[in-house]
Design a protein around this ligand. Structure first.
Ligand code: AMP
Length: 118
């Protein structure tokens, strides 16, 4: 069996994290190295390695990540001011953790494209 990812261990509670949302399909927690005032990772509980591994059967699950992002934006009060959603994929995309995750960034002007400059 493939080795569990860091995020699978976080989802199972074996590694601590600051969780902001959880349901049967998705777990969201604060990024340990935030690139914006609010930087949350929204992760499917199913350990899909990268965006390139998403199968047609996963479409509903991946769509759910966006519904959770919307809920988090409303909870944080940034649904009107705006936010940014990012998926990194593969070496050129600088994906560090091989478990699909959506970066949710918000809190002030994020500038143009990509992760904001700190
Ligand atoms: P990526 O480069 O898209 O794979 O993003 C991985 C993200 O995971 C980075 O933004 C890291 O700061 C974040 N990260 C790494 N370890 C942890 C952890 N233990 N808890 C929360 N976030 C983490």
């Amino acid at each position: 069996m493939a080795e569990e990812t860091l995020f699978t261990k976080i989802i199972k509670g074996e590694i601590p994290s600051e969780k902001v949302y959880r349901d049967e399909f998705v777990t969201a927690f604060k990024d340990i190295n935030p690139k914006a005032r609010h930087h949350i990772l929204i992760v499917p509980n199913k350990p899909i390695p990268t965006v390139a591994d998403i199968e047609p059967e996963d479409e509903k699950l991946i769509g759910h990540l966006f519904t959770v992002a919307r809920k988090i934006a409303e909870d944080l009060g940034v649904n009107k001011s705006g936010y940014r959603l990012i998926f990194n994929c593969g070496p050129d995309g600088h994906q560090e953790v091989q478990h699909v995750h959506m970066h949710f960034l918000a809190g002030g002007d994020l500038g143009l494209g990509g992760f904001p400059e700190k």
